[in-house]
Design a protein. Structure first.
Length: 89
């Protein structure tokens, strides 16, 4: 069974149609927010979005392919020895 809106709540929602309505349970003093179902569903979709960071190791092969020509360029062998190009200090 879905509870029905009282006249008081319906009027309060009508006074601010584009905003959520904050209500309080007079017995427990718990705070609630009434929003339209379509708004709630949009919020829920946003909350369910997976924001975990991708594993950076997944990008290593593509990065290596992208910079391969630069790594094989003449003069780059100096970096392989100790990280400082020969002739520079």
């Amino acid at each position: 069974m879905t509870p029905q809106l009282s006249t008081e709540l319906r009027q309060a929602l009508a006074r601010q149609p584009d905003r959520p309505l904050q209500v309080e349970d007079p017995l427990t003093h718990a705070q609630y927010v009434l929003v339209r179902l379509d708004t709630y569903e949009q919020l829920q979709q946003g909350a369910d979005y997976d924001t975990s960071d991708p594993d950076p190791r997944a990008f290593y092969p593509a990065f290596a392919d992208a910079v391969q020509d630069d790594l094989d360029a003449p003069g780059m062998e100096g970096y392989d020895a100790d990280g400082i190009p020969q002739g520079q200090s």
